[in-house]
Design a protein around this ligand. Structure first.
Ligand code: HEC
Length: 279
């Protein structure tokens, strides 16, 4: 509790209002404004560095991270994921039949707006929709088989750039909902995601260093030492919400998918480097 109180008092002392996202700004305008914000805050950091999150600002943790990535803890998950990805369903089809380019090198496009479903579809959701379309049961979220398949698909996208069309119409509505979520106060601590990942990005909140919003979606799924396994970005959302004592949402809740859609739009053009490892 003392730690949380310290965070709150730090925030009251900080200059709030350095950042405001206009209600009718477009995703492209938001992206540009966000990049300018970080550029003026950290002029020495090139845009491409943001894919490594909080490690940009913490040389000691960065050295550890680079050492870990030499023998990546997610390597076997990718191998097993490939086998799962290629195993045929009972009807003889495979995941490759559901996806553009047979599912290879497309993870950087997710989450995306699905015109037919009229909702944001994340990669794990797309994997389950593929299963269901082929008469298979969906896999539980944030459990190993689904994460392994996702890890394999992410691996085939390494080095590509985050991409996605500029949202319009209903997609733009979803984007705006996601954006609103990021900048809304929540939880007993009345904090927004932006309080930590914009205003306090790279400043120590007691002993934890929140990384910048820019680049938060580039590297999933991630193997976290704390989890001792792979996890997806929504597991992280849940943890951050818990930190501020905010209401928890189930995996793949519409709010989380819209949030992820907003964050993905902010990262367009950055290098995709999933799967990855984090502390
Ligand atoms: C009290 C401060 C705080 C708040 C509020 C907060 N976070 Fe975090 N968050 C952290 C810290 C600290 C970390 C760990 C360091 C890092 O990777 O940024 C983190 C990590 C993350 C990561 C993983 C980043 C990576 O590179 O792997 C994501 C994604 C994230 N937060 C999203 C959110 C979202 C979305 C919200 C709002 C719902 C939120 N956070 C609210 C402090 C916060």
């Amino acid at each position: 509790m003392i730690r949380l109180l310290t965070i709150v008092s730090l925030l009251f002392l900080s200059t709030l209002g350095t950042w405001a996202q206009a209600k009718d700004s477009t995703p492209a305008e938001d992206r540009e404004a966000l990049r300018k914000y970080f550029q003026s805050k950290f002029p020495d950091i090139p845009l491409d560095a943001y894919k490594d999150g909080a490690y940009i600002f913490d040389p000691k943790a960065r050295a550890q991270f680079e050492e870990i990535e030499e023998f990546p803890p997610w390597e076997f998950d990718v191998e097993e994921g490939e086998a799962l990805f290629k195993a045929p369903f009972k009807n003889g089809k495979t995941y490759a039949d559901c996806f553009e380019n047979g599912g290879i090198g497309i993870a950087q496009k997710y989450p995306l707006w699905d015109e037919k479903r009229e909702e944001v579809v994340t990669l794990p959701l797309a994997i389950n929709l593929c299963r269901q379309a082929n008469g298979e049961e969906p896999l539980p979220y944030e459990k190993s088989d689904l994460l392994k398949i996702q890890a394999f698909m992410a691996y085939t996208s390494r080095g590509k750039r985050i991409e996605g069309p500029e949202p319009t119409g209903k997609a733009l509505e979803a984007y705006k909902k996601g954006r609103e979520y990021y900048y809304s106060k929540r939880g007993q601590l009345h904090m927004t995601c932006a309080n930590c990942h914009l205003q306090h990005a790279a400043s120590r909140l007691r002993y934890e260093l929140p990384g910048p919003l820019l680049g938060q979606t580039t590297h999933w799924p991630a193997y976290r030492s704390k989890w001792e396994e792979l996890g997806d970005i929504q597991r992280r959302y849940k943890e951050c919400n818990k930190q501020v004592r905010a209401k928890d949402l189930p995996y793949q809740a519409e709010e989380y998918r819209n949030l992820q859609y907003y964050m993905h739009q902010m990262d367009i053009g950055l290098e995709f480097n999933g799967p990855s490892s984090r502390k």
